[in-house]
Structure formats: structure tokens, C-alpha cells
Design a protein around this ligand. Sequence first.
Ligand SMILES: [Zn+2]
Ligand SMILES: [Zn+2]
Length: 440
Amino acid sequence: MDPSVSVRAFHKNVHGEDIKVAVKAVRGFKDILPGQSENWRAVEDVARDVFESFGLREIRTPVLEKTDVFVRGIGEHTDIVEKEMYTFPDRNGDSLTLRPEATAGVIRAAIEHKLYAESGTLKLFTMGPMFRHERPQKGRLRQFHQINVELLGTDSPLSDGEVIWMAWDVLHELGAQDLRLEVNSLGCPACRKEHRKDLNLYLEQVSPDLCPDCQRRSRTNPLRIFDCKNQRCREVMARAPLIKHHLCPGCSDHFGKVLDVLESVEIPFVINPYLVRGLDYYVRTTFEILASGLGAQNTVAAGGRYDGLVRSLGGPDIPGVGMAIGMERLLLLLDSPSSRMTTDIFVAALGREARDEVMPWIRDWRRMGFVVQMSYEEKSLKAQMKEANRLGAGYVLIVGEDELDREELILRDMKTKEQIAIPMDDVISRVENILNRGDE
Ligand SMILES: [Zn+2]
Ligand SMILES: [Zn+2]
């Protein structure tokens, strides 16, 4: 189907007449409005500052990738790849997918541009929208946003520790309360193999008690059963053999050193031996940070080590560790007030001549960094004062014919309602000084 056909702003009523209907956003896709976007930016700024203090640099990859990037990167037998991706053929018949997560695309870019060759450890962060065609339920968006960190090229437990530390510091810096950090080690393929033998024996016995999804998972990806939200599955899995009893000396030592990092920077944690992540590629360290701001505990950040991922995407065999912070969940948690528009000064010019006169002043104040607004229409002073009020103006500069004749303008302080006269030949610096004083 030609996609342009489906974008219809006109419907016909029962009489066959065209009715104009307003177009609406796609279900599960949400606008971030003025008043909200300021909070988004504040969170992003804090994250950038924290990451840059750890020596990370920003990367921005396309939201659209070849489907293969995610099938190979996330794993065929995951809910994301099996049921949740926005996948479609483009006009050439290539299968493309809107990114459901960031890591696979970032690694694709690192391989393509050989970024990992530049230095020992490639430290990257990125932020932006992700897309999953999930069942629409309350609070679940199909376009959601994440802040991501990926460290490539080291398997040092220090790097695992730092990734958790960064996530913790961003949340802490933003004032998130009641955080709970859960950590676990999933072991390496060697210890996973031993664990899987044990787990398979156990699953054979309990299989009839599992939900249909988990019965299928027991054949494809048994670790995922620990992730099932089904109450019955949870009870069954509470008695299942755990990876922690199968960690090889190398993995056990690695995990211990990650915990040492957390202890040395005083980040409290709990070890949750049932914590597995929904993606195939995790090995060794895995973690989640939960927050109890909204009644139920919600995961606001999560991540882990993914040593085999770069190779599975066609790159060299280099290790990696990363994490993601969920923007929407984080913002709900912070309960930030929606911010109002503020304007430093509103210039009420009355008449053509006045308008021409004020333009260079407005230019100069804006270049100084002040928020300066004016009316786009020819309006009475009263109407312009009303507009200035609506825009949250701190001051209004009144420039009419009389003022121009006298070469003396009126500056009104909107808070105190006081008015002072400003000589026109000195207006730029006089107003600058007054606006600067207001900052103090
Ligand atoms: Zn191991
Ligand atoms: Zn289940």
C-alpha cells in the first residue's frame, strides 16, 4: 500500500460529504510539549555532565537500521525480536527496523567506523527515542526514550563498576529518592553451560507448571524464565538452580571486584541471584536500579556486560559493558513541575517608527543572552501589556511616538509596577544593567 494514502485528514460522513477531522498522533507515540521539554533537557544535561566527568563522548546513530543488526545483536529468541520490533520492507525490499534499543546500533557504528581502534577503551553515551510495538497499556509507550552508556574494549571489573556508578550518579544528582540497586553475575559461557545442564534437568520436572511462553523458553532460552512475570512461574523458579552456584573462579573473582568498586564509592547494593536480563547477550555483571517513587517498584536503569556482542555483529572479539536509563520513568519519578515561559523583557513598540527604532536594541539584548519578545501585530499598549503578562515578562519597555519625541523611554517593572524613565541614547546599556541586576 502507498503509505501516503493512509495519511488522511478528510473522512466522509454518512451523506458522502467530506468532514475535516483533526489528525492525531499514532497510538503509543507521545508529544513532549513546551513546559515538559525543559525537564527533559535538564535530565539530559545532568546525564551529559556526569558522563563527561567519566571521560565519555557522545555518539548519535540513526533510529533506523537493517533488521539484521537487531536480530544478531539482541538475539532471535527474545520477546523484542519475536514480537515487538517495528520491522518493515523499504521500497527496495530491504528489511528495516526502528531501533528497539541502542546498544546494537552503537556497536554497529563502532565496528563500521573502527572507533575501537582509536584507544584502549571506547567510552560512549547516546540518548534518544527507541521503538517497540508492545501491547498498549497504561504508561507503556511505543516510542520511548533512553539514555545509554557503552564501554567497549575492556573486561576490567572497574569498567562494570563505573557503568553502575554513572547510572547511580545521574539518578542521585537528579534527586531521585529510594533507589535500590540489584546486582548479579550471569557468569561466562563456560559457567553458563554447567548451570544450564542443572537448569534443564529441573525444568524437565517442572515444565507442566510453567506458562506456555516459558515452556517454549525452556527449549530456546531457559534463562529468560527467571524474567517471567507470571506468579506461578515465579514460584517455580524460586526453587530453580541458580547461576551463582556455578560461577567459575574467573567469574567469581570478577563479580567480587565489581562489588568492591561499589563499596569503595559507597553505593549501596543488594545481590539478587534471580536477576537475569531479557537479552541474550549479557554475560557476567548484570544490574538494575529500581525506584519506589510510584507505589510499585520500577526499574529506572539497567545494564550489564555483553562480551560476545561485538563479535556477533561482525566486529573483533572485544568485550563491552553498558547500561540504559529510561527517560519517561525517570521523569515520572522526579515529578518535575511543568515550567512556565519566562521573558526578561518585552518591548512594546507603538507604531512603525518605534518598531524600526527598537530592532537593533532587541538584537543586542538577545546577543547578550536575554529573552526578549515583542508583539508581531500592531496592537494597542493595553493589548501589548496583556501579552507581556502572558509571556511572563519581568520588564516592559514602552516605546511610543511621545517617547521617541522626548527621547526618553518608559521601563515598567512588572513585579513592582514601578516605572522609570530611560534616556534613549543610553537605552542598551541601561536596560542591560537592570536585567543583570534582576539575576542576582
Ligand atoms: Zn565463568
Ligand atoms: Zn512464565
